[in-house]
Design a protein around this ligand. Structure first.
Ligand SMILES: Cc1cc2nc3c(=O)[nH]c(=O)nc-3n(C[C@H](O)[C@H](O)[C@H](O)COP(=O)(O)OP(=O)(O)OC[C@H]3O[C@@H](n4cnc5c(N)ncnc54)[C@H](O)[C@@H]3O)c2cc1C
Length: 318
């Protein structure tokens, strides 16, 4: 039997499994090995029930008050304690994964493979370089492979295990002392709208919105009419029109919705790096030469202050 692989799960602010986990499991399944999942947090009983229904072999649980808030330092400490058991350690290439996995790789002096979009064999992976302009096929000869997964690139592994999933509880004795770092403030983003990473529709705004008030007043109703998520360009985030976690692009989130509506966004290559997998792109921009029209399936040239309210009204009263 080959060495098992470990997938480290992330939880929503309600303490449920993030849907992205199924896509990381989809990547793990390509390794043809036993899959174990690690849950880290506190008061995990509800999510344990959910996780025991995953198509995996074993569930490891690290439940302790010091792990209540997912911090890179604590996650690294727990995963490091068991990493020797596994050939591969996988997690989503999310804000959390980007926080702890490089830290673990550095501590273990192992090269990390980030943001993979395909698995060719257990040691050969495909990942984007140059803001997604090229795909690099990389071979990793490390005995243990630390891999972050672009979740939009893998199909979710659905269903449940045909055999009962075994459960292993880790305790403080299993990992060295948790670092003396504590979270002072832990704010949850507004989860009234779907999460950007999994949304089937994304309405994104850029510098053209002009202010934070206009951003929400114009794009919020459009996103809600489409039951979609809000996204933003980096310029919109830097100008304070939208919070950081809405940024789409090379240094933000990679999205793969059925419909992506870019409003007042020019279409810089770093922004386009985050929307390559969108099925249909609609651009609204007053500049007919804006690069976004080069990738858009549908383009509306005009003032967003006129077009967006009309579009929202027609969606509400078709
Ligand atoms: C290393 C690096 C990483 C980066 N990472 C990212 C990233 O992850 N995501 C990202 O988005 N950017 C990223 N950028 C920044 C990127 O290069 C652009 O600067 C940014 O995407 C521009 O944002 P924007 O399109 O909102 O603004 P602009 O380029 O200023 O475009 C604004 C657009 O709004 C239009 N507009 C203005 N007023 C109206 C109106 N009334 N009606 C209709 N249209 C209007 C204009 O015609 C224009 O096309 C990165 C840059 C670097 C160097």
């Amino acid at each position: 039997m080959s060495t098992p692989v470990l997938v480290v799960a992330e939880l929503t602010s309600d303490g449920l499994l993030k849907p992205a986990l199924r896509s990381v499991l989809g990547a793990a399944a390509a390794l043809n090995a036993e899959i174990h999942v690690l849950l880290i947090g506190h008061q995990l009983e509800t999510v344990i029930d959910e996780a025991l229904r995953l198509p995996i072999t074993r569930l490891l649980v690290a439940d302790h008050p010091s792990l209540a808030v997912p911090l890179a330092e604590t996650t690294t400490t727990v995963v490091r304690a068991i990493s020797q058991r596994y050939s591969h350690i996988l997690t989503a290439a999310s804000a959390q994964g980007k926080g702890w996995l490089p830290r673990l790789a550095a501590l273990e002096d192992v090269a990390m493979i980030s943001d993979i979009v395909a698995i060719e064999s257990p040691d050969t992976f495909v990942r984007p370089i140059y803001a997604g302009s090229l795909w690099a096929t990389v071979r990793c000869l490390e005995p243990r492979k630390f891999v972050s997964v672009r979740v939009t690139a893998f199909s979710p592994l659905n269903g449940a295990s045909s055999e009962p999933v075994s459960r292993e509880n880790l305790s403080l004795d299993d990992w060295p002392a948790v670092p003396v770092i504590r979270s002072a403030v832990h704010e949850h983003p507004d989860e009234g709208r779907p999460a950007l990473e999994n949304a089937r529709t994304v309405v994104s705004g850029g510098r053209g919105l002009g202010s934070a008030e206009q951003f929400e007043a114009l794009l919020g109703p459009l996103a809600d009419a489409l039951h979609g998520a809000l996204g933003a360009s980096r310029a919109a985030v830097d100008l304070g029109y939208a919070p950081n976690d809405l940024q789409v692009g090379q240094t933000g989130k990679v999205v793969a919705p059925d419909l992506y509506i870019a409003v007042g966004i020019s279409g810089a290559i770093q922004h386009l790096a985050g929307i390559q997998a969108a099925k249909v792109i609609v651009a609204i921009n007053k500049d007919p030469d804006a690069p976004i029209f080069g990738v858009a399936d549908y383009g509306l040239v005009g003032d967003l202050h006129e077009i967006v309210p009309q579009l929202t009204a027609s969606l509400k009263n078709p």
